[in-house]
Structures are given as structure tokens and as C-alpha cells.
Design a binder for this molecule. Structure first.
Ligand SMILES: NC(=O)c1ccc[n+]([C@@H]2O[C@H](COP(=O)([O-])OP(=O)(O)OC[C@H]3O[C@@H](n4cnc5c(N)ncnc54)[C@H](OP(=O)(O)O)[C@@H]3O)[C@@H](O)[C@H]2O)c1
Length: 339
């Protein structure tokens, strides 16, 4: 595992101050909490039900005994958010439904508006917002030769037409965060993670690691003729800490992408690492032209000192974790998987 990236901290002063992470028990939120504890912050994590067993792993993190508290907050409850942010210098807004359910879109969008306003009311200095690559890459009119970077936005109408309401919600949420932060004079920095894999700290499966589990169990009889961007969850967490700490991150987006792979190459890597699992080798679109892998830039985060975990390591460790948590059966290989 990579060591933590060193930061050129400055923008938010000493590392002992209090920060709040919304959605602390989520796949990404848990690693953000861990990273912040590792860097010496005092952390308040929010969850809708902090006492629920699914959040128990947070209290086991290094430093949690002395520097982590959990509190109850729903992003639709402004008073609860204000109470959660009281005394905090920074807020990491990670919580969001990860869903295409139209009824949950307001939780992503209005919830984000509520978070920014509650943060401003509580005197928070900087908010780091967790956006999504879904807000960036879905534009059918973009040239296949274009380099996808922080200037790119998905085409909202296209996302809506194709039923990608999650992408619509994350676009609207990012726009809402930017508008509200500008209006309230709050510093905002945005991390834009791609499909996030890697070992989970929590016991439960989230959407993006379930995607890997479904290939391993053979639940997916064919892979899509599609290209997806990936990143390791530990890099996403480091990105959050780096943009929080860097003075120049204010008002900027940071694309957090380690690799862009056609699904054929993704499942190929999985089969290569774990040949004992029934991972499909069949494409849904057999015979049709393959979607092209495109170029992207993660230079902005690398300039802050982030070194991205390679996909082979990330996928290897994702599967080990899925086995340890009992999400996929342990099948003993004839030959050991190696990196
Ligand atoms: N995983 C990915 O591939 C990926 C990629 C790009 C961006 N992201 C973004 O990263 C963030 C975390 O994703 P994840 O995959 O780690 O999520 P996850 O494990 O599915 O967890 C979702 C989190 O959102 C919280 N949440 C949902 N609705 C809420 C509400 N109304 N009020 C308060 N909290 C609420 C949940 O809190 P409870 O525990 O209280 O239910 C939970 O902590 C999201 O903003 C997502 O859009 C994820």
C-alpha cells in the first residue's frame, strides 16, 4: 500500500482543528475519516443513524478513540447540519444517495444546498464537495480524441434521456454547491472521483464494489461495450485531504482518475489476477465496433503530490477485501494470484 502523500498544507492552518465529514460511514467517507485522523485532525462524522452497526468500523480507526465523534444528521435537515458543523473549520460533504431513483435527486441537490448554507451559518471556512465523474464524462458530442479534464461537463439532457439520473443529480449538486458557496462567501474545492474501487473499511457492499463482486460471482453473463474511468478509494481520500489543505484549491475542481479502461480490459485484468472465478469473457455487443478508451488528465491532483495507485494493485486488493467480508466465496486458485 502507498504511504500517505505529504501535503504542502497552509490554506487551513494547523492539522489539529475540527472538521466534519458527512456520510462518514460510506465507502469513500470512511476512508476520508481515516485519512483525516491519520493527518491529526479532530473529526466529527455524520450519519443518519450513527449507532447502527454499519458505522461501527469508524470507531475502530487509529485515533478514533481520542479524536472522532459521530453525530446524527440528514442532509435534508438544516438544523441537524448546523449542529454537526458547529465549531468546525472544514466540512467534507461526501453524503449523497448513489442511485438513479428520481425521488432521491432532491437529497443530492437540495441536500448539498443545505450543507453549504449550514456550513456558512456555522462559520466554516472551506467545504470540500465530493462530486462524481458522472458529472464530467457523459457527453456524446465530445471528440474521442479529446483529453477529459476539469473543464469538461456531462451533457445534462443526454444523461436524462439515457436514464442516468445519478449523473444529473451530481451535476446539479455540484452546480448548486458552487452557486451557494459563491453567494455565501465560502471556500469550495471539488473532488471528482471516477468509479471507485479498492478495499472497503465498512462491512457492507456499496454500488461500485458490488460491480466487481458481480463479475466474480458470474452474476454478469456479459460485459458492456463501454469505457469506464476508475480510481482507488485511498487515492480519493488523499485527494480530499490535499484539496482541503492546499491554499490554491479554492474554487477548483480536481479530477480523481487513475485509469480509463474498456470493460474488456477491466474484466481481463480481473480474470488474469483471479482465474479461478467465473468472470465473463463475453461482450454484450459481440461483433460491433468496440467503444474507444479516451485520454484524461489527472495532472491537477498529481501537482498537489498525489500518486495514483495502479489498477492492478487496486483490483487485487478489492477482491481480497470482498473475500474477507464474505461478499464473494473464497475459491482457492491452482496458482497464487500475483501482482
Ligand atoms: N463509489 C463511487 O464509485 C463514487 C464515484 C464518484 C463519486 N462518488 C460520490 O462519493 C460519495 C460517497 O459514495 P459511496 O459510494 O462511498 O457511498 P455509499 O457507500 O453508497 O454511501 C452513501 C452515503 O450517503 C449517505 N446519505 C445518503 N442519503 C443521505 C441523506 N439524505 N442524508 C445524509 N446522508 C445520506 C449515506 O448515509 P447513511 O449511512 O446515513 O445511509 C451514506 O453514508 C457520494 O457523494 C457519491 O456520489 C462515489
Amino acid at each position: 500500500m502507498q504511504s500517505s502523500s505529504s501535503s504542502k498544507a497552509g490554506g487551513n492552518g494547523d492539522e489539529g482543528h475540527l472538521v466534519c465529514v458527512t456520510g462518514a460511514g460510506s465507502f469513500i467517507g470512511s476512508w476520508v475519516v481515516k485519512e483525516l485522523l491519520l493527518r491529526g485532525y479532530r473529526v466529527r462524522g455524520t450519519a443518519r443513524d450513527p449507532a447502527n452497526r454499519k458505522n461501527a468500523h469508524l470507531l475502530e480507526l487509529d485515533g478514533a478513540g481520542e479524536r472522532l465523534t459521530l453525530c446524527c444528521a440528514d442532509v435534508m435537515d438544516a438544523d441537524g447540519l448546523r449542529a454537526a458543523f458547529r465549531g468546525c473549520r472544514g466540512v467534507f460533504h461526501v453524503a449523497s444517495p448513489v442511485s438513479n431513483d428520481p425521488e432521491l435527486v432532491p437529497e443530492a441537490v437540495e441536500g448539498t444546498r443545505n450543507v453549504i448554507n449550514a456550513a456558512a451559518d456555522a462559520g466554516v471556512r472551506r467545504v470540500v464537495f465530493t462530486s462524481s465523474y458522472g458529472a464530467v464524462h457523459m457527453d456524446p458530442s465530445r471528440s474521442p480524441d479529446a483529453v477529459v479534464d476539469e473543464a469538461c461537463w456531462s451533457d445534462y439532457d443526454y444523461c436524462k434521456r439515457t436514464g442516468n439520473l445519478y449523473c444529473c443529480a451530481k451535476m446539479m449538486a455540484e452546480v448548486a454547491a458552487t452557486e451557494e458557496a459563491g453567494r455565501r462567501g465560502l471556500e469550495l474545492a471539488v473532488v471528482v472521483p471516477a468509479t471507485t474501487i479498492g478495499p472497503a473499511l465498512q462491512q457492507t457492499l456499496n454500488f461500485s464494489t458490488d460491480h466487481v463482486a458481480r463479475y466474480l460471482t458470474g452474476a454478469k453473463p456479459a460485459y458492456q461495450n463501454a469505457v469506464t474511468a476508475y480510481v482507488d478509494v485511498r487515492d480519493v481520500a488523499r485527494a480530499h485531504a490535499l484539496v482541503y489543505q492546499h491554499p490554491d484549491a479554492r474554487g477548483r475542481r480536481y479530477l480523481c482518475v487513475a485509469a480509463v479502461l474498456h470493460r474488456a480490459n477491466f474484466v481481463g485484468l480481473l480474470r488474469d489476477l483471479y482465474p479461478q472465478y467465473p468472470v465473463t469473457a463475453r461482450c454484450e455487443d459481440d461483433g460491433k465496433p468496440m467503444a474507444r478508451e479516451y485520454r484524461f488528465s489527472n495532472q491537477r491532483l498529481r501537482d498537489l503530490g498525489l500518486e495514483f495507485t495502479d489498477m492492478r494493485t487496486s483490483l487485487y486488493e478489492t477482491v481480497i477485501c470482498l473475500q474477507q467480508r464474505g461478499h464473494v466465496p473464497v475459491i482457492v486458485p491452482r496458482h497464487r494470484a500475483c501482482l
